[in-house]
Design a protein around this ligand. Structure first.
Ligand code: ADP
Length: 461
């Protein structure tokens, strides 16, 4: 069953239960109230009629009232006042002898009522043909009326007949209310679940067509579905970025590898084409060797980058002495014999850092090795490490070839090399990886450079 149908079924069931409970509570309260009223009215009517009966031994003209009833009884006369109520509001009253003989009034239940023994001022019940009746007796006392009984009867149905017709109307109204509420419930459920439908459709489209450009776009808002949809969109954004980056990387990598492979292949063909002079073979082999080294370092860099990407979330950071780490690294790199460059260090002592030592070493060595690579003959490199407030600054300056204003914003892009034609042109992956390491540690790398004068790269964390 769909969530929408479940909501509707629950909604209607609860509605029916609540309405039914309300209906039956009201019905039973009202019916017991009406029954009590009927019993009260029965006893009051009987009690009232007690005073309407008098006995006369002799009836003189003065006593006679044309409106009253006179019944010969026991050698005298029973005077039934004109106020005597035979039947009122469904209540029937009769005047009986103690043997059950009806003298005056009405007996609606015939034999059944006669058989029921009299019981003074006590409410009794009698069931005739499945219908319940209340019976109330009152024994008359006084001269001439001793042994007479007033008996009132009323069917219980009298109290409930009005209630039953009201209940029928109420039930019809209830059914209509339930139906209208059900329709409203369906509309509301559909409206509430509309975003879920959109989310599902988007997920299906992404899943089936692998179209990561698909978004739900429910707009900003605080309701749960909008929050879910926005998180979903953000997740797809990240996936899309990751896939795009992966695609770009694969295409860039194959493009970068294609050149050395093509050069090696061309040099081999050239060497094998026809017999050559030794110098020509040497030259071809030198080109092949250079391109192989380039391919090898490209593959190494790509592997490091890929390992870094995979492990990104799992590096364990710890506190270590960054000053010591940089000093030792500079001591080692100062041994690099390249272009007669001198490496100077200015390292503030005891700077502690929280991070992954190997990665931060790689970052620093990338910057220093670039300074060597792009430094000038007999030049200098200055490495300084300092702490200002909470921030740590590691800067590497050289007085080498520098970078033009046009190239400066792109030096951190993957595979970007300012001058690919240079013999010592690298892979273009060093700085992009250094920047990613910096960002993983919550830091950044800035660069200032003047073409022909030198560059300063600063890692700030
Ligand atoms: P690679 O050095 O392997 O080419 P990087 O990502 O380390 O790759 O550097 C990207 C580009 O930035 C380099 O090709 C180079 O042109 C430029 N670059 C990097 N460091 C320096 C520097 N210290 N001086 C001048 N140019 C630099």
């Amino acid at each position: 069953m769909t969530v929408k149908n479940k909501i509707i079924v629950w909604f209607i069931s609860i509605l029916v239960i609540v309405f039914s409970l309300a209906f039956f509570t009201i019905y039973s309260l009202s019916s017991s109230f009406l029954k009590e009223n009927l019993k009260k009215s029965l006893s009051q009517t009987v009690e009232k009629n007690v005073d309407e009966i008098e006995y006369y031994f002799i009836l003189s003209g003065e006593d006679e009232n044309i409106y009253n009833q006179y019944i010969e009884y026991d050698g005298g006369f029973l005077e039934i006042d004109d106020d005597f109520l035979n039947t009122v509001d469904g209540i029937t009253i009769g005047l009986y002898e103690k043997n059950g003989n009806l003298i005056y009034g009405e007996n609606p239940l015939g034999e059944h009522l006669v058989k029921k023994g009299f019981s003074n001022a006590i409410l009794q019940t009698i069931t005739v043909e499945g219908e319940k009746h209340y019976v109330f007796d009152r024994k008359l006392d006084g001269i001439g009326v001793d042994g007479l009984w007033l008996r009132g009867t009323v069917p219980e149905e009298t109290a409930l007949s009005g209630l039953k017709s009201v209940s029928k109307i109420a039930l019809i109204i209830l059914c209509i209310i339930v139906e209208i509420s059900a329709v409203i419930g369906i509309i509301i459920a559909e409206k509430i679940l509309k975003p879920v439908k959109k989310i599902t459709q988007a997920a299906i489209q992404i899943g089936s067509s692998k179209n990561l450009k698909q978004r739900i776009n429910l707009g900003e808002g605080k309701d749960e579905f909008k929050t879910l949809a926005n998180h979903f969109d953000k997740m797809v954004d990240r996936l899309d970025d990751a896939f795009e980056a992966e695609k770009r990387f694969t295409s860039d990598a194959s493009h970068e590898l294609r050149t050395p492979v093509a050069v090696i292949s061309a040099q081999c063909e050239y060497a094998l084409e026809s017999p050559k002079e030794t110098e020509e073979y040497i030259e071809a082999l030198e080109v092949i060797s250079r391109q192989s080294k380039k391919m090898s370092s490209l593959i190494n860099d790509m592997l490091s980058l890929s390992r870094f990407e995979h492990k990104k979330g799992n590096y364990e950071f710890c506190n270590f002495d960054f000053s010591l780490c940089i000093s030792e690294l500079c001591e080692d790199l100062a041994l690099v014999e390249s272009k007669n460059i001198t490496l100077y260090t200015d390292v503030e002592k005891n700077i502690q850092i929280n991070g992954e030592k190997e990665l931060l070493e790689r970052l620093a060595s990338n910057l220093i090795m670039n300074a060597y690579k792009y430094g000038k003959e007999n030049g200098v490199i200055n490495v300084s490490l300092s702490k200002k407030g909470e921030k740590i600054f590691l800067s590497v300056s050289d007085d080498g070839i520098g970078i033009s204003e046009v190239d400066l914003p792109r030096v951190f892009d993957r595979f970007y090399c300012v001058d690919k034609s240079r013999n010592n042109a690298g892979t273009g992956l060093g700085l992009s990886m250094a920047l990613e390491i910096a960002r993983l540690h919550g830091g950044d790398i800035t660069v200032e450079s003047t073409l022909g004068k030198g560059s300063t790269f600063t890692f700030i964390i």
